[in-house]
Design a protein. Sequence first.
Length: 276
Amino acid sequence: MSEFTPTYVPSRRPARVVECQELTDGVVRLALRDSYIARHAKPAQFVNLYTKNAQRLSPRPFGVCEVDGDVFTLMFAVVGKGTEEFRHLRPGDTVDVLGPLGHGFNLREDADYLLVGGGLGVPPLIRAAQELSGHEGSTSTVLFGYRNVHFADAYASRYATQLQSIDESEGNVITLLDRWASQHGVAADADGALRPAAQGRRTVILTCGPLGMMKAVSAWAREHGLTVQASLEARMGCGFGTCVVCTVHTTRGILKTCVDGPVFDTAQLEGWEAAR
Ligand SMILES: Cc1cc2nc3c(=O)[nH]c(=O)nc-3n(C[C@H](O)[C@H](O)[C@H](O)COP(=O)(O)OP(=O)(O)OC[C@H]3O[C@@H](n4cnc5c(N)ncnc54)[C@H](O)[C@@H]3O)c2cc1C
Ligand code: FES
């Protein structure tokens, strides 16, 4: 179901910092020069960043946000020691990287894609909008929910066919999905079958963000007969399949989020049946 991941991934190596900018309090946009990652990173694939502190052995995984020539960008929240270190990187510095890792979103089908993101789940969706902007047969509608500052809209709007965002004072991404459904004449049937106003391309939801948000999006989609690809954010150790800390229970058995995901069809995820 997911995009094919390149079998070859170059080994860990230093990447030069091009830009490091605080978009809003505690949210950083970091641009790094690495031609292999910039050319090969599919939407929702991630990279490992390694801190310079030898006591912090584990890499920090981040979804690729945008690519441009031989530069790729990340967007991250400062939450702990690793991200605090990366926040202080300056142009010309280097940071060790590994990637791209994992399996990204499957965008092969010509479809109307709804890109539903919350908080720091937005980077892989911006990358998806960037990729879809080059697909003639598909559209991308970005629906983002924020706590307060709409820090990623300027980047997503570079690529999206349409963008709507909301913050906690007005509602959440389910509010945006309900608005989208009424604008498009889409209603939930009792049996979960989609009733679109006009027949045409399929609508496919891509989502990334807090677990509770993604489960609510998945429940909403099921009520409306839509399928969802979710990019999961599991705790990771190695990021490439050897430590087995990132397991997820699926209908295909216990899988590793880092190599079998991070993208999964939510219909395959155990424990995602709860209604919103
Ligand atoms: C596939 C994937 C993509 C991600 N993409 C992004 C992104 O685009 N932007 C963003 O802001 N965050 C993203 N995250 C979460 C990000 O990896 C963590 O916030 C980060 O590792 C925290 O590091 P720290 O040292 O500041 O925190 P600490 O709490 O000090 O970290 C301690 C350890 O726990 C791990 N850890 C802590 N929080 C998480 C977490 N939420 N997920 C996985 N490991 C964690 C760290 O990697 C580290 O090994 C992603 C996570 C995954 C799994
Ligand atoms: S993070 Fe090590 S196996 Fe997935």
